[in-house]
Design a protein around this ligand. Structure first.
Ligand code: ADP
Ligand code: MG
Length: 701
């Protein structure tokens, strides 16, 4: 039977070579199976009829029963259209066609009762429906498809070739009509009965052609359950495999380096949360299993220190450690912070980035080999093949949302036995989303900021109020504080963005003229040397204002900077805004985040700004972000290594189900980790089918 699902889509009744090509290109549908897994995004209840007097342009799709009074033509050129007056006993609307005019006038005679289906719009004060579906009233009664009509996403290009939602619905009917066998079950019988699931074959048919809401809900639940369950099962299987296969290096000593640092160099006492997390990490490192831990902590919660102390433990036990950061600026900063913190302690630290020169690469390479190098800090450059450690014991990945699972795996391969891994992220992730994105990791949370922090005050100003804002900046600067001004940089319109940045820089340079003020600038198109020079001016307090693009978004730590001005704030996502705000509020002084925007705001943008004004809590912001945007847009999900696009479940909305199926998966793995019981063979088969490609890099043996 699977042969049937693998059949090329060209062989489907109603699909020729031209349509096949479109389906390939636009929907990634190549086979019968691909089409069957192309699920509707919504359903329209075709049992409900509207009266014309009830119609208004805010309604979604509606169906109306009535009579065409007559046809005429309006407009000319590209705007030329066929119009029909359509009436019921409550009023009249216009039906409009720009194409297929001849066929319409021939098929639908005035005076006959029709059912018209479409999205109401408005033109010249009259309600209309453009390109409605029309059906003879008596025919509708015998329609085979269900009362709940599936709606499929299509593209402009598909629609131009008449592959509308309706057409896809028809193809789906053809396909399912030909499916004169039952689709094989994918879940063990005991799960189906225990959790009252619809069987697979029925669910796959009903999801396209439900006869009523109850049936649709059962089908949808079964398919979501299955989709989320296998993701969790896969993650948990990896986790379990790893702990059975790999013996972790045992770091049993806490030695001189750690103690020296702790008793002589540590500039403050650790927060309770930092202590708690250190305990969790030390336990992992000493346990003999390989650590795979995610460290979540809001911006400014002091993750760097935790990273450093963990590295010192590795070094005390004769191993090397590395930190990988997502940007050169951040790698640089880590290098400087850590070098400073280790002052007087005999530990060799080096920095490796894309712009490291050959001689220093050579020196790094040699000292990695002869074991004299203890800590290597860098960017992606660390994963290059030429970087070979001799005794890598601990890998720290900072700001994980910029790295994919695949890159994580590459670092593991740097040594024979996988090193301990600590992934740090400052982008708080809602719990249920983390379960999927990082479902194979253990989680530690720093849920407390260092003492004495004053919450950042957030304010919102329109562009027209810029002078007022500048005045505010001048008074902060006169108190000796520094200011970030950030411009958005969004790839698609790079030219325009740089223009924004340049204009902004002009305005600011004029408002803050030399020699009284010093303004430095940093953006992605500058060389690393220039960037670092600008950052240095600012870090050392010589520059009062740093004008930047979002390159400074992550990690930058300059406590004397107490004002963050975010230009065109309406163009940033919530998690970015929160990250940027996290750049200030690090010292003992009151800090400010000023959101600048145009006066015209979309509803969503206004909501984002409202959330920023309301709370400083990263977790609350992440939760709202997930609700506002859906997980697909949340930074990091793209590269997260979720093995396939979710076809039916929604990580934002199905949080409860995720927890539920994770527990079920956990129970199965704990009882039968290798799926050896007869009833569980089916799970192994399905995992292989779904994830076999992924295994090659996730499963290093
Ligand atoms: P993040 O978690 O965002 O990476 P950092 O590690 O950059 O945060 O720390 C933010 C700031 O807080 C730094 O200036 C750091 O020196 C300071 N810090 C860290 N831990 C403590 C502590 N226990 N007490 C006081 N300040 C601390
Ligand atoms: Mg950090």
């Amino acid at each position: 039977m699977p042969d049937f699902l693998d059949t090329n889509i060209t062989y489907l009744h109603g699909v020729g070579p031209k349509r096949a090509e479109l389906l390939n290109k636009e929907l990634n549908v190549y086979t019968f199976g691909d089409l069957l897994w192309y699920f509707p995004y919504k359903y329209i209840d075709r049992t409900r009829f509207f009266k014309i007097s009830e119609l208004d342009p805010d309604l979604p799709f509606v169906q109306v029963r009535g009579v065409i009074k007559g046809y005429y033509t309006e407009g000319h050129g590209a705007g030329k259209r066929l119009v029909a007056d359509f009436q019921d006993d409550t009023g009249s609307i216009k039906l409009v066609w720009f194409k297929g005019v001849k066929w319409i006038t021939q098929s639908f005679n005035p005076g006959v009762e029709f059912i018209v289906f479409g999205k109401p719009g408005v033109f010249n004060g009259m309600i209309n429906i453009i390109h409605p579906e029309i059906e003879a009233s008596n025919k509708a009664a015998e329609r085979v498809s269900s009362a709940l009509q599936a709606q499929y996403n299509t593209s402009e290009n598909l629609k131009n070739h008449f592959l509308t939602s309706k057409a896809l619905d028809k193809l789906m009917g053809n396909l399912i009509g030909q499916m004169n066998f039952r689709l094989p079950e994918t879940l063990p019988g005991y799960l189906i009965s225990k959790y009252h699931l619809m069987d697979f074959d029925e669910a796959m048919r009903k999801i396209h052609f439900p006869s009523n809401n109850a049936e649709l809900e059962k089908a949808r639940y079964r398919l979501k359950f299955e989709e989320l369950f296998f993701i969790q099962l896969n993650l948990l299987r990896f986790k379990n495999n790893r702990s059975r296969k790999f013996r972790g290096f045992v770091f049993s000593n806490v030695g001189d380096n750690f103690n020296n640092f702790y008793f002589h160099n540590l500039p403050f006492t650790l927060t309770e949360a930092q202590k708690k997390v250190m305990k969790e990490i030390r336990k992992d490192l000493g346990s003999g299993k390989q650590m795979n831990r995610l460290l979540q902590g809001d911006v400014g919660s002091g993750k760097t220190l935790v990273a450093l102390m963990s590295m010192l433990i590795a070094i005390d036990n004769g191993y090397q450690a590395c930190i990988m950061a997502p940007t050169e600026i951040l790698a640089n900063q880590h290098f400087q912070t850590i070098t400073k913190l280790l002052n007087g302690i005999n530990i060799k630290v080096r920095l490796l980035t894309g712009s490291s020169v050959r001689s220093s690469r050579k020196e790094i390479s040699e000292s990695l080999q002869d074991k004299s190098l203890d800590i290597l800090i860098g960017t992606h450059a660390l994963i290059e093949d030429s970087v070979q450690f001799s005794r890598l014991g601990l890998v720290i990945i900072d700001e994980q949302h910029r790295f994919g699972v695949e890159q994580r795996a590459k670092l593991w391969q740097k040594s024979l036995n996988p090193p301990h891994i600590l992934v740090m992220t400052a982008t708080p992730i809602p719990r249920t989303l983390a379960m999927t994105l990082y479902g194979d990791l253990d989680v530690s949370v720093i849920d407390e900021l260092p003492p004495g922090r004053i919450p950042v005050k957030t304010m919102h100003f329109f562009d027209s109020e810029r002078n007022k804002v500048f005045g505010f900046l001048r008074s902060r600067i006169s108190e000796g504080r520094q200011v970030f001004v950030v411009y958005p940089l969004i790839k698609e319109s790079e030219k325009m963005d740089y223009k924004d940045l340049e204009d902004g820089w002009d305005t600011i340079s004029r408002a803050f003229p030399a020699p009284e003020y010093c303004v430095s600038v940093v953006h992605g198109k500058m060389t690393s040397a220039l960037k670092e020079e600008s950052m240095r001016l600012f870090r050392e307090g010589q520059a009062h204002i740093l004008v930047a693009t979002t390159v400074i978004e992550v990690g930058v730590d300059i406590p004397n900077a107490t004002v963050m001005v975010i230009e065109s704030a309406e163009r940033f996502g919530l998690s970015q805004l929160h990250q940027l705000r996290g750049r200030v509020g690090r010292g003992a002084d009151q800090s400010y985040c000023i959101l600048m925007s145009s006066a015209k705001l979309s509803k969503e943008a206004a909501m984002r700004i409202e959330v920023m004004l309301r709370t400083n809590d990263g977790f609350e912001i992440a939760e709202t972000d997930l609700q506002l945007r859906g997980p697909g847009d949340i930074e990091g999900t793209m590269q997260s290594g979720i093995p396939f696009d979710l076809k039916i479940a929604n990580l934002g909305k199905d949080g409860q189900l995720i927890e539920y199926v994770r527990n079920i998966a956990e129970e199965i793995i704990s009882k039968d980790p290798l799926f050896e019981e007869n009833s569980n063979h089916i799970l192994a088969d399905e995992l292989r089918r779904l994830f076999s490609k992924q295994q090659s890099w996730s499963n290093i043996s």
